[in-house]
Every structure is written in structure tokens, then in C-alpha cells.
Write a protein that binds this ligand. Structure first.
Ligand code: AMP
Ligand code: SF4
Length: 469
């Protein structure tokens, strides 16, 4: 829940289009649809075949492009980015796309994910004379490409991608081509579509819907796609491995109208609720979901349990963000401002409160208290995903292990801390069942923050807390 009102949680969105005379405007609309993935900054780079033109800024897409004259961003291709940033990274330099100009040509890069060995690669680059200007690991890729002795960008990019460890979805634009790459495990979402003759690429398919594009397919793990006026060419820079798409994209990050790996997000959340009701039933009068991302799971839970779904909580859409507030006290106040219980519905009732996940426990504690203050007789918390006990090294801001309530407390303790009458989480099997399609090699998901089973390992994982996106 609270995805868009909390703000910082989702980790960046990328968009690209090739072969359309209104490339910049379309990218602007695409970024709008991806706004929930990052609200700290946004940018667009276009090419007209000779020059790359950039506009970027801090803030929401609307604010960044409020006074932009799109005729100054003319061109038949564009890439765009919405940025999420952790504390200390909020400088305009880190807002993407990053644009690099040199005598041999320019290139722009937009990235979602986390390069786990960026720190090491950065050290190597600096020791051989490269000067890096931002703290973003995206810049590392640009320098690796520049440093490569290969003649074509495609070959240089292949070399560079092979030295990266981590989770990434990249779009690179130069004067005459657009390159699209996904990490060898496919941890981050990335789809390709068509808009007439134009090619489009986006983190989520909701960006295709807003511009009227049709979905074609997923970018495959370890695939490098080159798009130009000659069409689309694809190669592999890594051997095909089972996909490990981030399960939290289904649980919380992505928009319900997006399809990830051809599974609709709302439908998968509803199934999470159905599985949760099967695994952890409880006698109650109503089921309610924490708006917005838990509504689908609550509908599923109600449907399976036969207990009516009610709107027991209302979200105030016009307040600021909470998750980024520095202190716990301010965070709690933020939650209070953003949600209100519907007294007339919950008073005197035994309430099943569905939330998609618990990170620190702040939200659940606050909401349980709110419901009880509004007269709820009992509040049973049901979480539509397994407990989060491990940090994410793949680009999602999950806090440190010390802050994760489930890493440090048993379910009974959590129940007591948040003041609920009972607490239950969905099992890993239940989650997998709700999101995995069983008909292809691409079926796997990453659930490392819940299970501890990390699909990509890099030495010294603790040291890789780096500027990700
Ligand atoms: P907390 O209050 O710290 O327990 O945060 C849990 C709430 O934040 C849940 O209601 C989720 O909807 C949402 N959430 C889940 N994952 C994240 C994340 N990585 N960053 C921020 N919020 C999240
Ligand atoms: Fe997603 Fe969790 Fe895996 Fe990170 S560790 S990629 S948040 S499922």
C-alpha cells in the first residue's frame, strides 16, 4: 500500500521509443505512467540522427516538463527515466538519463537496478585514468563502453555488460541507434511494444497503454537488443538462465494494470489474497485492504473466505510522502495524515486487515491502532507476501536488516508490537503460485528478501550499498 503516497519505495522506471516524429512527447506520457516508480527526478534525451538533446530536472514528471518547449527536443527517438533516490543522492547530476558527449559521438543512458560490483569497477576505472562525475553506477557502464577497444558500440556494450554483476534494465541511446539490455537473471521488468512502426520499451506495460502501443514481448534475461532505422536486431551477452523477476514488483511496486512476464499484477495480487485466505483463515465480520496496493489482495481474500469486503480505510491523496522522513516519529505522523479509518464501517466489527507487506512495521502498527480507535472489536492482520527478513541487493530500497521487523522478531512478537489480535503472512509457495506461469523457462522469480535465497551473489554484499536506481 501507500506506494504513491509514501514515495520513495519503487526504484526507477525507464522508457524508450524509436521511429516516431513525436518521440519526446510520447516519452513524457510514458514517464507519467511510470511516475509511481520514482518521484525524485525525471528526464528525456532525444536524437534527431545528429545530436542528442537532454532535458531533466528534480521532482515529478509534470513539474520537470512544465515549461518545456518540446520543439527543442525534436527527434525520431528518445529515452526517458523517472528516478527514485535514497538519502544523500538527491543531486541533479544523478538524475537520468545521463548524457556523455565526446569527440567520437554522444550517448545517453537510462537504468533501473543495481550494479553490485560498481564500487570495484569504479576503482578499476579510476586507477586507469577515468574521471567519474556522478555517484551513480550508471556512469560506470558508460566508462566501460568508452574504455573498450571494440569498434562497434554493440561489441563494446557486450564487453561492458559482461563485466557487470547485479540487476539491471538499461536503455542506451546514441545518434543513430537505441540499445536495450536486461541482466542475465532478468531481475528487473522490461517489455517491448510497438506503436505503429515505432518500437517502444518500458519498465511496465502500463506505459504502453497510456500511449496506445501494443505489447510485443518481454526483453529476455541476458539479451541485448539494437534498434535502428534498419529494424531490430538481438544478441545474447550472457547464456540464458532461468528468469528471476523481482517478486516485490507483483506484491507492491508495479501498477495493477501492468502485466509482468505476461501475468497481470492485479490478478496476481488477487490470487495472493485467495492463497492467504486458504492458508490463514480467521473468523471475522469484514475484510478491508490498505489502499492502494493491498485492495486487490483484500478482494481475493474476501472472495475466498466469503467474508464481505468493505472500505474500512480511506487514503488522503493530497498529502506529502512519509517513507523519506528521517525520523521514526515523523514517519508515524506521516502515516496518520495519509490514511483514515471509516468509523461507520469498522465500529464494533471484527476486521481482517490486509496489507501487501511489512517492512519496519510502522504502517501496520499505526493502522491497527487507527482501526481500534475507530471502534474495531478485533483486528486480524493478514500480509499478502512472506515476511521480509533480508536486505535487497538488486535495486530495491528495503532498509537494513536491523530495521526489518521480521528479521528481528517472531510472528508473536510482531503481533504484540503492532497491537493486532493475530498476524499471518502468505507462504513463499503461496506467493509463487500467485505469480509464476508454469509454461516457460522464464517462470522463476526472486524472493530473496523473503527467503534469503539470492539468485545473484557478489562478494561483500554488505559493501555494495551504492547509488542504485
Ligand atoms: P513499514 O511501515 O516500514 O512496515 O512499511 C510497510 C509498508 O510499506 C507496506 O504497507 C508496503 O505497502 C510498503 N512497502 C513495501 N516495500 C517497501 C519498500 N521497499 N519501500 C517502502 N515501502 C515499502
Ligand atoms: Fe525483489 Fe526482494 Fe529480490 Fe530485491 S530481494 S529483487 S526486492 S524479490
Amino acid at each position: 500500500m501507500l506506494a504513491e503516497i509514501r514515495g520513495l519505495n519503487e526504484e526507477c522506471g525507464v522508457f524508450g521509443i524509436w521511429g516516431h516524429e513525436k518521440a519526446a512527447e510520447i516519452t513524457y506520457y510514458g514517464l507519467h505512467a511510470l511516475q509511481h516508480r520514482g518521484q525524485e527526478g525525471a528526464g528525456v534525451v532525444t536524437t534527431d540522427g545528429e545530436n542528442l538533446k537532454l532535458h531533466k530536472g528534480q521532482g515529478l514528471v509534470n513539474d520537470v516538463f512544465k515549461r518545456v518547449d518540446f520543439s527543442k527536443l525534436s527527434g525520431h527517438a528518445a529515452i526517458g527515466h523517472v528516478r527514485y533516490a535514497t538519502q544523500g543522492e538527491r543531486t541533479i547530476d544523478n538524475v537520468q538519463p545521463l548524457l556523455f558527449r565526446s569527440q567520437t559521438g554522444s550517448m545517453a543512458l537510462a537504468h533501473n537496478g543495481n550494479i553490485m560490483n560498481a564500487f570495484k569497477l569504479r576503482g578499476e576505472l579510476e586507477s586507469t585514468g577515468s574521471i567519474l562525475q556522478t555517484s551513480s553506477d550508471t556512469e560506470v557502464l558508460a566508462h566501460l563502453i568508452k574504455r573498450s577497444e571494440k569498434l562497434s558500440v554493440q561489441e563494446a556494450l557486450t564487453d561492458a555488460l559482461q563485466s557487470l554483476v547485479g540487476a539491471y534494465a538499461f536503455i542506451l541511446l546514441n545518434e543513430d541507434k537505441m540499445y536495450v539490455a536486461l541482466d542475465p537473471r532478468g531481475l528487473r521488468p522490461l517489455s517491448i511494444g510497438r506503436l505503429g512502426d515505432a518500437y517502444v520499451v518500458a519498465s511496465e506495460t502500463c506505459a504502453f497503454d497510456i500511449i496506445g502501443a501494443t505489447y510485443e514481448r518481454e526483453v529476455q534475461p541476458g539479451e541485448l537488443i539494437t534498434i535502428s532505422d534498419m529494424g531490430m536486431e538481438t544478441i545474447r551477452f550472457a547464456t540464458q538462465e532461468q528468469r528471476r523477476l523481482c517478486a516485490m514488483e507483483y506484491v507492491y511496486f508495479s501498477r495493477p494494470d501492468s502485466d509482468l512476464n505476461e501475468v497481470n499484477v492485479h490478478a496476481s495480487r488477487k490470487k495472493m489474497g485467495i492463497e492467504l485466505a486458504k492458508e490463514s483463515p480467521v473468523e471475522a465480520d469484514i475484510v478491508t485492504g490498505v489502499p492502494d496496493s493491498s485492495i486487490s489482495a483484500a478482494i481475493g481474500y474476501a472472495e475466498e473466505s466469503g467474508i464481505p469486503y468493505e472500505i474500512g480505510l480511506i487514503k488522503n491523496r493530497y498529502t506529502g510522502r512519509t517513507f523519506i522522513q528521517p525520523s521514526q516519529e515523523l514517519r508515524e505522523q506521516g502515516v496518520k495524515m495519509k490514511l483514515s479509518p471509516v468509523r461507520g464501517i469498522v465500529e464494533g466489527k471484527r476486521v481482517i486487515m490486509i496489507d501487501d507487506s511489512i517492512v519496519r512495521g510502522t504502517t501496520s502498527r499505526r493502522i491497527v491502532r487507527m482501526l481500534k480507535e475507530a471502534g474495531a472489536k478485533e483486528v486480524h492482520v493478514r500480509i499478502a507476501s512472506p515476511s521480509i527478513q533480508n536486505p535487497c541487493y538488486y535495486g530495491i530500497d528495503m532498509s537494513t536488516k536491523q530495521e526489518l521487523i521480521a528479521a528481528n522478531h517472531s510472528i508473536d512478537e510482531i503481533c504484540e508490537i503492532i497491537g493486532a489480535d493475530s498476524v499471518a503472512y502468505l507462504s513463499a509457495e503461496g506467493l509463487e503460485q500467485a505469480i509464476v506461469k508454469n509454461d516457460s523457462i522464464n517462470q522463476g522469480v526472486c524472493m530473496a528478501c523473503m527467503t534469503g535465497n539470492y539468485p545473484v551473489i557478489e562478494k561483500n554484499q554488505q559493501e555494495i550499498a551504492y547509488t542504485r536506481c
